[in-house]
Design a protein around this ligand. Structure first.
Ligand SMILES: [Cu+2]
Length: 149
């Protein structure tokens, strides 16, 4: 039971028979929001989103893939320069925020250039939870979300 996790998005509920409905079984419960990709201006694209964990256990974002990119890496930004990381922590009852100027996804080897108004399919994989697929909307290159903080 320890690592039985229910990603809050759709399918996993039907598959993980015992995981739904209980949040006190020591698992992560993940949901993804605020996702967007600024329309790329080069052969690289960035992606931003927030992963919220309503569960009692921490998890980690360990791998990302997309139909538009040969490779997607996870980057953090330290002192204005970015570097690739193996994984990013998603604390229990907390969230992992990927935002402009901070942690982000990097789409490399683009197979096509996503355009504003399109959606990009992105699969997120975790240390413990089931994978989650997100349809990420493409925004103008200069788009900045309005944040609540
Ligand atoms: Cu980067």
């Amino acid at each position: 039971m320890r690592h039985r996790a229910a990603a809050a998005l759709a399918v996993s509920c039907a598959l993980a028979l015992t995981a739904c409905g209980g949040s006190d079984d020591g698992s992560a419960r993940l949901s993804v929001g605020a996702a967007y990709m600024p329309q790329p201006v080069s052969d690289l694209a960035a992606g931003f989103l927030t992963i919220t964990n309503d569960g009692d256990a921490a998890d980690r974002l360990t791998a990302v893939s997309s139909d538009v990119a040969g490779q997607v890496t996870v980057h953090e930004t330290v002192d204005g320069s970015m570097r690739e990381v193996e994984s990013l922590d998603i604390p229990a009852h907390g969230s992992l925020v990927l935002e402009s100027g901070g942690n982000h996804l990097m789409f490399e080897q683009l197979k096509r250039k996503p355009k504003q108004g399109q959606k990009v399919s992105v699969e997120l994989r975790f240390a413990h939870s089931d994978p989650v697929t997100v349809e990420v909307p493409v925004k103008p290159a200069t788009y900045r979300p309005t944040t609540g903080h």
